[in-house]
Design a protein around this ligand. Structure first.
Ligand code: DC
Length: 238
């Protein structure tokens, strides 16, 4: 256990798609009673808005005009206590994960600098009070370059594909291993080669390859890093 009066820190978790970042981030946030922010959900909700209102991604004026109308927030479900994403007051948690049109444009949407500036500003505001675990692609490099703990998660692409496939099938989506792998590779490519804030490991991030780690072992390992990071902030009791 970590003492309740221990200094509160910012924990940045970055990495490729379907590496289990959000599971890990949620586990840490629960253990520390920190806020968890899924920045991927913010890019997904923005994509959904663009689809619904027919905003042309390749038309910068249309994108700029649409952004101020987008309000994204996270709320806990009263029964399950799970965090859900709201777009202009509507619960879009399910749709942003399973709508194939969202999935197919989100990497392109997240490559638009105007969109990134808009969302990064909100993410930075959320971190002002510390005590936050945020996951995404540019958290340790751009959003919180001074985060007290940065973790860069990786895993074998085939293992990531299988995990994503299981997740989709659980949600009733019919798809194949090859399709999921191709989509993942495409997203990896766009995410890590885009001009603005490409996915890359921050120099001071700890790399975590979880291909062969159980969720429990991964959590145990990471909590040791968390304790050390908090201790380094001057806490005497952890
Ligand atoms: O983590 P995710 O799969 O929900 O992310 C969806 C997309 O958003 C993915 O293509 C990468 C992008 N993204 C990003 O560019 N920057 C972030 N901080 C988070 C997500």
């Amino acid at each position: 256990m970590i003492a309740t009066d221990a200094p509160r820190i910012i924990i940045a978790i970055d990495g490729f798609s379907s590496c289990g970042k959000s599971t890990l981030a949620k586990q840490i946030a629960n253990a520390l009673h920190y806020r968890y922010i899924d920045t991927g959900a913010m890019y997904r909700a923005t994509s959904l808005y663009f689809l619904r209102y027919h905003v042309d991604l390749y038309h910068p004026e249309q994108v700029a005009a649409a952004l101020p109308s987008i309000e994204i927030d996270f709320r806990k479900h009263p029964q399950t206590n799970l965090q859900e994403t709201f777009l202009n007051g509507e619960n879009v948690e399910e749709e942003i994960r399973v709508n194939p049109r969202v999935v197919s444009i989100v990497s392109d949407v997240s490559a638009i600098s105007e969109v990134r500036r808009f969302l990064v500003k909100q993410q930075q505001q959320l971190g002002l009070q510390k005590g936050i675990v945020m996951d995404g692609r540019d958290i340790g490099t751009v959003v919180f370059p001074k985060a007290e703990l940065k973790i860069f998660v990786t895993a074998d692409p085939k293992i990531r594909t299988q995990r994503r496939l299981d997740e989709l099938r659980e949600k009733g989506q019919q798809t194949t291993f090859e399709e999921v792998l191709a989509n993942l590779q495409k997203r990896d490519h766009i995410d890590s080669t885009r001009a603005d804030s490409p996915l890359k490991k921050a120099e001071d991030a700890i790399e975590l390859d979880n291909s062969h780690l159980s969720k429990e072992d991964q959590f145990e390992l990471v909590m040791e890093w968390v304790k050390r990071a908090i201790f380094n902030q001057g806490s005497t009791s952890i």
